[in-house]
Write a protein that binds this ligand. Structure first.
Ligand SMILES: Cc1cc2nc3c(=O)[nH]c(=O)nc-3n(C[C@H](O)[C@H](O)[C@H](O)COP(=O)(O)O)c2cc1C
Length: 324
């Protein structure tokens, strides 16, 4: 596979740094910011293969495709994540995304615990069903020549990550992101770092460790303990996208309140440029992550959750005098 950018990244030396998929957060603006700070690979928000399947004749102004837009010049390697449960839906969705969006790679979600996803037999529920999971992966592999990644949990129901991957050992999957917590653990708890070494003997692709990476110390210990080829940052990058730079440069970077304020504004301005001012409504929850731990954070948050124009945001930040 000569378009396997994962292998090329691996050859450039460890660690590969990825922004993990986060619905409602890893949009085009945040991905660009993370790429600026050193993310090698950024994942889209999860997109429904079923929605693409049922709208395959209505691709103009298609909401799912709009969600997946990206900027070739401003982003690094871009991976689109699909979720669903039906091989046929995945095959159609993979074809559409490969043709219309042209990302560097595709990914399949086997970890989502959200009720409405589980109910469709998708996400972590699909991991509980290895036979169906295998069919889904085969469908995507035959529908698209893009390198395929998958994202799994340490365990879903009775199915462990190790058994799940053994069942796929003959398939040319290019990369694996392991969220080292079980479905039962949800989003808390210490990830199982031993999984990478257990899976490595029968999985030849790139392995990224995910879960609980919130600073340079947790990043370095996650790499050392797991022996992974790289890391996937999720909530740790929301509050501080410069964590990518810290890991790359192996040094702690102190971001001043003024710099955080500037970054917050830059993020909003980029989003407005790309999607228009109405996108600020959805962005409000992202803004709240930036101000965690700042003096007066709760008052600032109460203002940010009502912001609807860039001018308003500028005034809020000016009045808070977050400069050094
Ligand atoms: C708000 C939010 C949205 C998420 N959306 C997705 C998603 O769309 N697809 C996915 O595979 N995982 C999703 N995740 C899971 C993350 O990618 C990641 O596996 C998880 O947060 C653990 O990493 P962390 O401890 O570094 O946050 C989401 C997590 C959060 C907090």
């Amino acid at each position: 596979m000569n378009n396997n950018f994962w292998e090329k990244l691996k050859d450039e030396g460890r660690p590969i740094l990825a922004l993990a998929p986060m619905a409602g957060f890893t949009d085009i603006a945040f991905r660009q910011i993370c790429a600026d700070f050193g993310a090698d690979v950024t994942y889209s928000e999860m997109a429904s293969s079923t929605a693409l399947f049922y709208n395959q004749k209505k691709l103009k102004n298609n909401e799912t495709l709009k969600l997946l837009q990206w900027d070739k010049k401003r982003e690094g390697k871009y991976v689109v994540q699909l979720f669903g449960a039906t091989p046929e839906h995945f095959a159609v969705a993979a074809k559409i995304v490969s043709r219309e969006i042209k990302p560097h790679g595709l990914d399949i979600n086997f970890g989502c615990p959200v009720g409405k996803v589980i109910k469709q037999g998708a996400g972590a529920e699909l991991m509980r069903n290895p036979k169906q999971a295998r069919e889904v992966i085969k469908a995507v592999l035959s529908a698209s020549s893009l390198p395929l990644a998958i994202k799994i949990r340490a365990k879903s129901g009775d199915v462990t990550a190790v058994e799940f991957m053994k069942n796929l050992s003959d398939l040319p999957i290019a990369a694996l992101m392991i969220h080292g917590r079980s479905l039962a653990e949800g989003f808390n708890g210490i990830p199982d770092f031993s999984l990478v070494k257990k899976i490595r003997p029968f999985f030849k692709g790139v392995i990224l460790m995910n879960g609980g990476i919130v600073d340079l110390v947790s990043a370095e210990s996650s790499l050392d303990l797991s022996g992974a080829d790289g890391l996937a940052l999720a909530r740790g990058a929301l509050a501080r996208p410069w964590l990518f730079q810290e890991i790359k440069e192996k040094k702690i970077i102190e971001y001043s309140q003024g710099q955080i304020s500037n970054l917050l504004y830059r993020h909003a301005a980029l989003l407005v440029k790309l999607k228009g001012e109405s996108a600020l409504v959805e962005w409000r929850k992202q803004a709240c992550w930036y101000v965690q731990g700042l003096p007066g954070a709760s008052k600032l948050r109460s203002l940010l959750v009502r912001v609807s124009t860039l001018e308003e945001l500028k005034n809020i930040l000016k009045n808070y005098d977050l400069n050094d």
